[in-house]
Design a protein around this ligand. Structure first.
Ligand SMILES: Nc1ncnc2c1ncn2[C@@H]1O[C@H](COP(=O)(O)OP(=O)(O)OP(=O)(O)O)[C@@H](O)[C@H]1O
Length: 324
């Protein structure tokens, strides 16, 4: 569905400054996949999406989207994709239903087909009751659902969503996701989205592409990324006087690293937490070291990013700037 090779985008800001926003992204997305592109502010996610949706031209490299080259066949690409950007696409004074019909007309749909599709989207995205409302009167969550509906009017096989749930409260986020996933099931859509929400990428996407400084630094399922690049954390509650002994025992575990000790807790990261815990507890018992409590924590995608870059995704903020 998508195939890019060494895609780059430079923004020439001034005579002395060029922003290397995307630095050679090669990516393949198969039909039906749901891929989340994750990365800190300024990593190049939006720029990549804007190239794939033909809104801006790549500086170099190639990209085929829905069967057509973004550079030589942008109109054909656009007809086959839906794009929901970060800003609101809908006009403020228009009514919700009219806005969707108008969008259908833009895509060259005849009035009957546009009406049918509008009715279906209003129903599916829980906008039916709001069809006569002005766009400016909608709440944030309703507005975002309208944005998604706008991207789906022409029934694209491939949908790009740029931070679909940013700014929504947890309930509206969950609600929007429910709608997106249902639409995807009904229409066998391929979805590529960018998000800041690690939990969202973790639970919704079948594949996570981590981007940093304009490059792909990891690409796999969330589970594989977490197991391969982060590992589990074992936390034991042990008297402070025994921390160094526990550390010695923990260091023998496969993949043991990142030993920390605070208060009455010691923690160590290992490759396989559930497998390593009984070994560690057995060793502690043999040494006569009492353990009051034990936990195994699965890693998060933030742990994956931290392991790859040494920075936390929550704090990382890059700007990709470099001298021309
Ligand atoms: N039109 C532009 N002119 C100059 N620089 C730009 C332009 N658009 C983006 N950039 C820069 O390119 C880099 C990548 O930006 P981009 O918006 O793609 O990042 P992002 O990963 O989507 O970030 P965010 O998560 O904040 O949306 C940033 O340094 C940004 O400032």
């Amino acid at each position: 569905m998508i195939s890019t090779r060494e895609l780059t985008k430079d923004f020439v800001v001034s005579r002395t400054e060029t922003v290397h926003a995307v630095r050679g992204i090669s990516l393949d997305v198969a039909p039906g996949e749901l891929v989340a592109v994750l990365g800190p502010n300024g990593a190049g996610k939006t720029t990549t999406l804007r190239m794939l949706t033909t809104l801006i031209a790549p500086t170099s490299g190639t990209a085929t989207v829905a069967g057509y080259d973004v550079r030589s066949d942008p109109a054909r690409v656009r007809r086959r994709i839906g794009y929901v950007g970060q800003g609101n696409g809908a006009g403020h004074s228009q009514r919700v239903g009219d806005e969707l019909l108008g969008q259908g007309a833009i895509y060259g749909m005849d009035r009957r087909a546009a009406k049918r599709r509008t009715a279906e989207l209003l129903e599916n995205l829980e906008l039916k009751e709001l069809a006569q409302r002005k766009v400016s009167e909608l709440s944030g969550g309703q507005r975002r659902r309208l944005d998604v509906a706008m991207g789906l009017v022409h029934a694209p096989g491939l949908l790009f969503l740029d931070e679909p749930s940013t700014g929504l409260d947890p309930q509206n986020r969950a609600n929007l996701w429910q709608h997106i996933l249902r639409m995807r099931e009904q229409h066998a859509m391929t979805i590529v989205l960018t998000t800041h929400y690690l939990d969202e990428a973790d639970s919704m996407a079948e594949r996570v592409v981590v981007v940093d400084h304009g490059e792909v630094i990891a690409d796999d399922t969330a589970e594989v990324l977490k197991t391969r690049l982060a590992g589990d954390r074992i936390v034991l509650t042990v008297a402070a006087s025994n921390h160094s002994r526990i550390q010695e025992l923990a260091e023998r575990l496969p993949g043991a690293r990142e030993f920390t000790s605070t208060g009455d807790q010691v923690s160590v990261r290992v490759t396989d937490g559930p497998g390593a815990l009984p070994i560690l507890l057995g060793a502690a018992q043999q040494d006569g070291v009492p353990v009051a409590a034990a936990q195994v924590h699965r890693p998060t995608l933030d742990d994956v990013f931290l392991n790859l870059t040494g920075r936390s995704l929550r704090e990382a903020d890059t700007d990709g700037k470099a001298a021309a």
